[in-house]
Ligand binder design. Structure first.
Ligand SMILES: [Ca+2]
Ligand SMILES: [Ca+2]
Ligand SMILES: [Ca+2]
Length: 665
């Protein structure tokens, strides 16, 4: 069995520009050109026979007016086209759809110049870069395909483990510790209860909506999978149309569930080299819930056709990839066809791009232009814009890879079933939030601590990686938008990003000592302190944040005293006096609350079972008494709180200090 550590789809060879190290032969890219920042990427690992160029406005107009495949009407370009035997000069983006917006953004100025593969790429690039009308020359870097270690799961093994204490009847759900972790040592030797995304209470509120579309930019998603097909996005015009015809005239033929931008055709998953990566990621976002089979997805619905929809924007296909232009088109396609969440478990190797400025260098890079277009396109009434979510990378470095690391993109780090950083996760700079990515057990490579999801051809399996963490966040974003839609709430993109990165549980209190990892080393956990992003994302907290309700964490089975006023305002206000509100019976039943007692404005209670309840508590603002009649005093008002009782909530036992937000919720 191949024990590869490389589990993220990665691009290599990007931006390794260094004049000091270049052998400056005549044909090489010269330092003057590099200094002019005309080049995006380098010839290293570049696809032969094509270059992407960004021309000035006047030239783009001339090219469009010329209407000849390889002639621009601009002399230097035409001369070069003749010289290299150019076969086509085509716009990268699809200007037939939403063309006015794209033109206003300058997207029409990107062209792909194609020529025979035996033509010297660097010479062509050099000549293009010397033309005034050409503002950028981008090499299309070949995507690398590190092998993913996946262990298949045998569905018949799960009949015995199927448990009644999960909300849906999917047979493997009780093994999806990443959704609800009971701390079972068979899962992982140091598994910790509560080290999960706290999904079950969120599902009591929403499990998705079929009008939210998540674009999975990855390998092709196996849309025929028994546990995915009902949650696939369907382009109805193509589904009911004619084979070989672009029925909806969106520029793509037979794009029923998405499109294969690598092979320019139907979405596929059975070519040599395909690893089921896209299908695994898609299952975490939205495998069909409550259908009696297989796994559950974070936003997979309740079994009533209400799961969020997966659009397959395929950029990796067998041994081929979509390149820079094809990846940009895949992102454009997602925006043009209704997606509001862009799920990306791929990226450049961490450290290849030094910083945001270098990434933006090509302001310029055709992919970044596409990401910005996606972010600025509104496809859901619940979100003004689109959200882009990326895996941080599996290089184990103290910086995320790009595009994940870019400041406008959410980068997801990975924890294991022990709630601790995984050995492979990137961390620190550029990282925003953590989610379960799973990990094989130390030394034994036992797979139950990995993420369990769908694999092509009705199969299921375990895998580990920030690639697996990322779709948890995309699924939760889909839940947030589903809940917002249910309640006619419209979020701006900054608001949704804030909700995602701030609705988290603390990880830092656990980052002491050392952890043995499967790769045979040890992690010094202090290295990760304050560097895994803001914390571990919590699906229930996310929904409460959309609702505008604060959560009060409570441990199960222990008597605690809650200083409720510390949850109001800045928590320091002495002019807030809690009134002794009666706790509703519904909440008492939901959490099995015993021994309730108000003590000087603090609430003493014991929760005997996990659960959540919304409780409205009254208080006096600005006085010790409520005014009225003969009394001049404060004002009675109230606030709604979410009581969240969970196993494994850590706090300072025995103390009467207020329980502060945090711990494993
Ligand atoms: Ca079409
Ligand atoms: Ca068709
Ligand atoms: Ca299922």
């Amino acid at each position: 069995m191949n024990k590869t550590k490389l589990l993220l789809l990665a691009l290599a060879g990007l931006f390794a520009v260094s004049c000091a190290h270049d052998n400056l032969e005549e044909k090489s890219i010269d330092c003057e050109a590099i200094a002019s920042k005309k080049f995006v990427n380098t010839p290293e690992s570049a696809v032969q026979g094509e270059l992407i160029i960004y021309v000035d406005e006047a030239t783009s107009q001339q090219i469009e007016a010329a209407q000849v495949a390889t002639r621009s009407g601009v002399l230097p370009l035409d001369n070069l086209a003749v010289e290299v035997g150019a076969t086509s000069l085509k716009p990268v983006f699809n200007l037939a759809v939403n063309g006015d917006v794209k033109r206003a953004r300058g997207m029409h100025r990107w062209y792909t110049l194609s020529f025979p593969v035996d033509t010297d790429l660097e010479i062509v690039a050099q000549k293009l870069s010397k033309m005034d009308v050409v503002e950028r020359v981008q090499f299309t870097t070949k995507l690398e395909r590190p092998e993913v270690k996946t262990v298949e799961a045998n569905p018949t093994d799960f009949a015995a483990t199927r448990s009644d204490d999960v909300p849906f009847d999917d047979s493997m759900l009780s093994r999806q510790w990443h959704y609800r972790n009971l701390g079972l040592k068979e899962t992982y030797p140091t598994a910790k209860a509560g080290a999960d995304i706290n999904l079950f209470p969120a599902w009591e509120i929403t499990a998705g909506r079929n009008d939210i579309i998540v674009a999975v930019v990855d390998e092709g998603v196996c849309y025929t999978h028994q546990d995915l097909k009902d949650n696939m996005w369907v382009n109805e015009a193509e589904a009911n149309g004619t084979e070989g015809v672009d029925d909806d005239q969106n520029g793509y033929v037979d794009d029923v569930h998405g499109f294969n931008f690598a092979h320019n055709g139907r979405v596929s998953w059975t070519r040599t080299g395909d690893q089921g990566h896209g299908t695994h990621v898609a299952g975490t976002v939205a495998a069909v819930n409550n259908n009696g089979i297989g796994v559950s997805g974070v936003a997979g619905g309740t079994g009533n056709g209400d799961g969020v929809r997966i659009m397959s924007c395929q950029i990796l296909s067998g041994d081929k990839d979509a390149g820079a232009g094809g990846t940009a088109k895949a992102v454009e396609y997602a925006a043009d066809n209704g997606a509001c969440i862009l799920q990306n478990s791929w990226g450049f190797q961490a450290g290849q791009i030094a910083n945001d400025s270098q990434f933006e260098n090509g302001a310029t890079s055709v992919e970044l232009d596409a990401f910005h277009y996606f972010m600025e396109t509104q496809n859901s009434l619940a979100l003004e814009g689109g959200i882009v979510i990326f895996a941080a990378g599996n290089d184990g470095k103290a910086v995320a890879g790009y595009p994940a690391a870019y400041n406008e993109i959410i980068a997801v780090t990975a924890i294991g079933a022990d709630g601790l950083p995984t050995y492979y996760t990137c961390y620190d700079r550029g990282c925003n939030v953590a989610a379960p990515g799973g990990e094989y057990a130390p030394t034994t490579w036992a797979e139950l601590g990995c993420v369990l999801s769908t694999l092509p051809n009705d199969k299921y399996g375990y895998s580990q990686g920030t690639s697996m963490a990322c779709p948890h966040v995309s699924g939760i974003a889909a839940l947030a938008l589903s809940y917002a839609l249910d309640n006619n709430i419209v979020l701006t993109l900054p608001e949704l990003k804030d909700i995602i990165v701030s609705s988290v549980n603390d990880i830092n209190q656990y980052l002491t000592g050392f952890k043995t990892n499967v790769a045979g080393g040890t992690l010094n956990l202090a290295t990760y302190n304050n560097k895994m992003g803001t914390g571990i994302i919590d699906a229930y907290r996310v929904l409460m944040a959309v609702r505008g309700t604060k959560c009060i964490p409570l441990p199960v089975g222990e008597q605690v005293i809650v200083n409720v006023s510390s949850y109001i305002g800045d928590g320091q206000n002495t002019k807030i006096k809690m009134l002794e509100t009666e706790i509703p019976q519904e909440a008492i039943d939901a959490l099995g609350i015993q021994d309730i007692k108000w003590m000087g404005g603090k609430l003493m209670l014991t929760c005997t079972k996990p659960g959540t309840a919304l409780v409205t508590l009254k208080y006096i603002a600005g006085g010790n008494n409520v005014g009225g009649g003969q009394i001049t005093g404060g004002m009675e008002t109230q606030q709604e709180f979410a009581f969240v009782a969970r196993y494994g909530v850590d706090y300072n036992e025995g103390t009467l200090e207020p329980i502060t937000p945090g711990g494993w919720l």
